[in-house]
Design a protein around this ligand. Structure first.
Ligand SMILES: C[S@@+](CC[C@H](N)C(=O)[O-])C[C@H]1O[C@@H](n2cnc3c(N)ncnc32)[C@H](O)[C@@H]1O
Length: 276
């Protein structure tokens, strides 16, 4: 592994885990594993901070997201050619938002453009599946050619798939590593539900995820799961697993930790030494 020079993702993504990279680095020693799997890929911030040895299977149920990554893997310059035609202003934003492109390079460019220029970089669609996030009034560079080319290199040994996280079971082998970052059922502080895509990640999805984790363990592979610090989540995932209460500034394992705010729970079957 080398996380000395993690590449920054080019998408803004709700629930993005850039802040988690340094903590994961202490837990996942990527050179110890064979293939890498990430079935809740989002903006790919974790994958881009690791250099897996063999093949990486990256997937997400957001097929537009996965198609965009595929286009960057195939030919980032064609995406850039299309992106350079889009201007960052309110009028163009709403025009571009409405177009139904068929050409894959234009579609990828549109996805990146809307992600960069929309309000908060949200991905939100209405019931008809139309992207409906308002203009963000952001003064920003929409793309960075060098970043795209560097990321294209990182994608050389990647197999992208779009679909449900259970896809991971199609390819998992002994000594592989899986990073799981599902949408949170509840937010820690608001106690409300968070929507991703057209449907919620429900409690029954969390139970399905638990079954997938059992299958991962059965084949002799390893996983790290990040999830909301919530009683129900703890009850579902803590059995037969090491868990780590993760604070923004420190990692504390064990039963209870008093200081700071709990931001996340990590569950893993990797033997993890909590001593500094
Ligand atoms: C918390 S985000 C991942 C963020 C990512 N780790 C990052 O750093 O950008 C969760 C992702 O799970 C995806 N997702 C939601 N339900 C899913 C499902 N049933 N199967 C696969 N992916 C799903 C969403 O589209 C979203 O991209």
């Amino acid at each position: 592994m080398s996380v000395d020079h993690p590449i920054n993702p080019f998408l803004r993504w709700a629930g993005g885990k850039r802040w988690l990279r340094k903590h994961l680095n202490a837990i996942i020693k990527i050179d110890n594993y064979d293939n890498y799997h990430e079935p809740f890929l989002g903006g790919a911030s974790i994958f881009l901070s690791l250099i897996p040895k063999n093949v990486s299977y990256l997937s997400d149920c957001n097929s537009e997201l996965i198609d965009t990554f595929k286009s960057i893997k195939e030919d980032p310059l064609k995406v850039i050619e299309e992106l350079s035609k889009f201007k960052n202003n309110k009028q163009d934003y709403y025009l571009i938002r409405e177009i139904k492109f068929k050409n894959p390079w234009k579609k990828a460019a549109q996805f990146i453009y809307l992600n960069q220029t929309s309000f908060n970089g949200l991905y939100r669609v209405n019931l008809k599946g139309n992207y409906n996030v308002p203009y963000g009034y952001r003064k920003c560079k929409i793309y960075d050619q060098n970043q795209f080319l560097t990321i294209q290199k990182r994608f050389e040994n990647v197999i992208f798939q779009s679909g449900d996280f259970e896809l991971v079971l199609e390819n998992i082998k002994e000594n592989d590593i899986v990073f799981l970052d599902p949408p949170y059922v509840v937010s820690h502080y608001k106690n409300g539900f968070i929507k991703y895509n057209k449907k919620l990640f429900s409690l029954s999805d969390q139970y399905r995820l638990k079954d997938v984790i059992s299958s991962i363990c059965k084949v002799g592979a390893f996983y790290v799961l990040t999830n909301a610090a919530h009683k129900t989540i703890f009850e579902i995932f803590s059995k037969d697993s090491n868990f780590i209460e993760l604070y923004r500034n420190s990692l504390i394992g064990g039963k209870k930790a008093e200081r700071g705010k709990v931001m996340e729970l990590l569950f893993t079957n990797i033997p993890y030494d909590l001593k500094p």
